[in-house]
Write a protein of this length. Structure first.
Length: 285
C-alpha cells in the first residue's frame, strides 16, 4: 500500500467521515497530500553524497470558503499530512532539518477549490545545558510572539556611556569624570558589551558566556539540527565588538551576505550557517 493510499485509509476513520462531507466539491485532502509530496520532491536538494535535504515547514494557502470549511478539522488533518510527509521522506531517503509541520492559511486571492503550497527548511535548534531558550521579545522590528509562549522579561542592565568616550554618571549636576590612561584606583568602569543574544527561527538564545560554539555535534553550546552545518561550525565571542569565527566548517559562514572566516558583529547582523539563518542581537544599555 502506497503512502497516499495509507493516508486515505487513515482519513476515512477521522471524525466519522466528516472530511468527505466537508470536501464534497471543494479542495480535497488527497489533493493537498499529493501537492505536498510534489513540493517535497521539487524542493529536494542534495547536500552531500547520499544525503538529500527537503523542506520541513509547509503552509497550505486556501481561499476564504475552503479555509472556513477546513478550520474544524485543521488539527487532525495537519497531523495526518505531517505523518504522510514523514512516510514519503523515509521511502525516498530524504532528510528533514527539523520537525515536519503543516499549517493552513487563509488568503484573499484564491477562489473556492484552489490552493497553493509554500515551504521552507527550518532547522531544529537544541539548547545545551546552561542555555535556557527565551522567546524573542516583541516590539518594533521584532518577530511576532507564537501563541502559548509568554514573553520573557528582560533583566535590568545598567546604562553604559556613549560609544567613543566616557560618559558622566547619571544625575543632574554630577561632576565630570577626569580623562586619563589606564584604570587605576577609583577609575570609572569600562563599558561592557551589554546583553547579547541570537535569534533562530524566532526563538531567542542568550549568549551568556564569553564564547558560544555552534554546530551539529553534541559537544557545542548551541546545537543546530541541519545537515549542512558542520559538527563544530563556528563560535561567537562576546565583546566590544563581538566576533564570529569559522571553526573549519565544510560550508563556511556568511555574515551580511559576505563569505568570511571571521567577522565583527553588530546588532541585526544576519548570519548563515549552512541553510540556517541566525540574527545577532546586542543591547548596549
Amino acid at each position: 500500500m502506497g503512502v497516499l493510499q495509507r493516508f486515505e485509509r487513515r482519513l476515512e476513520g477521522l471524525v466519522n467521515g466528516a472530511f468527505a462531507k466537508a470536501f464534497k466539491s471543494e479542495v480535497q485532502p488527497v489533493e493537498i497530500a499529493s501537492a505536498l509530496q510534489r513540493e517535497c520532491d521539487d524542493r529536494a536538494a542534495p547536500v552531500s553524497q547520499g544525503r538529500v535535504m527537503v523542506p520541513n515547514d509547509f503552509t497550505v494557502e486556501l481561499g476564504a470558503h475552503d479555509y472556513e470549511r477546513l478550520a474544524t478539522y485543521a488539527g487532525p488533518l495537519s497531523a495526518e499530512l505531517g505523518e504522510l510527509l514523514q512516510d514519503h521522506g523515509r521511502e525516498q531517503r530524504y532528510m528533514f532539518v527539523g520537525p515536519v509541520e503543516v499549517k493552513f492559511e487563509r488568503v484573499q486571492d484564491l477562489s473556492t477549490g484552489m490552493f497553493r503550497i509554500r515551504s521552507q527548511a527550518l532547522a531544529g535548534v537544541v539548547q545545551m545545558p546552561g542555555y535556557p531558550p527565551q522567546q524573542a521579545p516583541g516590539g518594533f522590528g521584532a518577530p511576532a510572539q507564537p501563541a502559548g509562549y509568554p514573553q520573557q522579561p528582560q533583566a535590568p542592565v545598567p546604562p553604559q556611556p556613549p560609544f567613543g568616550g566616557q560618559g558622566a554618571p547619571g544625575g543632574f549636576g554630577a561632576p565630570p569624570q577626569q580623562q586619563g590612561m589606564g584604570g587605576g584606583f577609583g577609575a570609572p568602569p569600562q563599558a561592557g558589551p551589554g546583553t547579547c543574544w541570537i535569534e533562530v527561527n524566532g526563538v531567542r538564545h542568550p549568549l551568556s558566556r564569553a564564547v558560544t560554539s555552534l554546530g551539529r555535534g553534541t559537544d557545542v553550546d548551541l546545537r543546530i539540527d541541519d545537515p549542512s552545518v558542520s559538527r563544530r561550525h563556528a563560535e561567537i565571542r562576546v565583546g566590544m565588538p563581538s566576533v564570529i569565527s569559522d571553526l573549519g566548517s565544510t560550508n563556511g559562514i556568511v555574515v551580511d551576505d559576505q563569505h568570511v572566516r571571521q567577522a565583527q558583529l553588530r546588532d541585526g547582523s544576519v548570519i548563515h550557517l549552512g541553510n540556517t539563518t541566525i540574527i545577532f542581537r546586542q543591547d548596549p544599555r
